[in-house]
Design a protein around this ligand. Structure first.
Ligand code: PXP
Length: 250
């Protein structure tokens, strides 16, 4: 069954818009995570950014205490954050680019350019019992470099697919090319023994088209769920997404 990791960063984005630097405030991303779990999600994802734009240190420590499913920490491959992750011991880390020079033209992590340092971090995480995912574009060179780096997972960047998707795209899909790349990328990763996640920009409208991509283990979805929750509440928003995901045949 395709799993759902809910990214709760944007709950913290709303809190920080009013309470930045105050060490308190609403809405609380930790309470949101608990509602997501009550609704049946399979994991909670949070990104502790170097600039602490949304999630704060106290959030991730509290999440580590209360999350009963699995905690996935999104993070840059930066010494300060690596140190925090090794102490926090989330179930997974997903290494993502935060700086311009770490990004490929398509927005994923440039594993080819940073293979050595990503391999070192991957080893440290695995030695601490933490599984590692690399957030990459569906590019064969990046996929092969991820396998060489010893990652357990890749997370395919679906941003380009999501961007190119619109109502008219249902009739004349400009996303077809990108979809083909995602399909080929998932197949290549699977053949190399990598487990395949996907995320960025996914919502209830574009998701069914993504189901053409084989071998998906987990989707990480944030913005569309948090946006929908403003109108229907977190639990219903998560349940709606889970209902759409039941259509995935693998
Ligand atoms: N996966 C990764 C690696 C991300 O960086 C993000 C965005 O924080 C997401 C998934 C979720 O993207 P969205 O908020 O667009 O659903």
């Amino acid at each position: 069954m395709l799993k759902l990791g809910v990214n709760i960063d944007h709950v913290a984005t709303v809190r920080e818009a009013r309470y930045r630097g105050r060490g308190r405030g609403e809405p609380d991303p930790v309470a949101a995570a608990q509602l997501c779990e009550a609704a049946g999600c399979h994991g909670i994802t949070a990104h502790l950014r170097e600039d602490r734009r949304h999630i704060q240190d106290r959030d991730i420590w509290k999440l580590r205490e209360v999350v009963k499913t699995r905690l996935n920490l999104e993070m840059a491959n930066a010494p300060e954050i690596v140190e925090i992750a090794l102490k926090l011991k989330p179930n997974f880390v997903c290494l993502v680019p935060e700086r311009r020079q770490e990004v490929t033209t398509e927005g994923g992590l440039d594993v080819v350019a940073a293979e050595k340092s990503l391999t070192e971090t991957r080893k440290k995480m695995n030695d601490a019992g933490i599984e590692v995912s690399l957030f990459i574009a569906p590019d064969e060179r990046q996929i092969e470099a991820s396998a060489r780096a010893g990652a357990q997972f890749i997370e395919l960047h679906t941003g380009t697919f999501a961007e190119s998707f619109s109502e008219s795209a249902i009739r004349h899909p400009p996303s077809a090319n990108e979809l083909r790349r995602l399909i080929a990328g998932a197949q290549r990763a699977f053949s190399l023994g990598l487990k395949v996640n996907a995320g960025h920009g996914l919502n209830c409208v574009n998701l069914p088209a993504l189901f053409a991509v084989p071998h998906l283990v987990e989707l990480n979805i944030g913005h569309s769920i948090v946006s929908r929750a403003v109108f229907v509440g977190m639990e219903t928003a998560v349940q709606e997404m889970l209902a759409v995901m039941k259509g995935y045949r693998g």
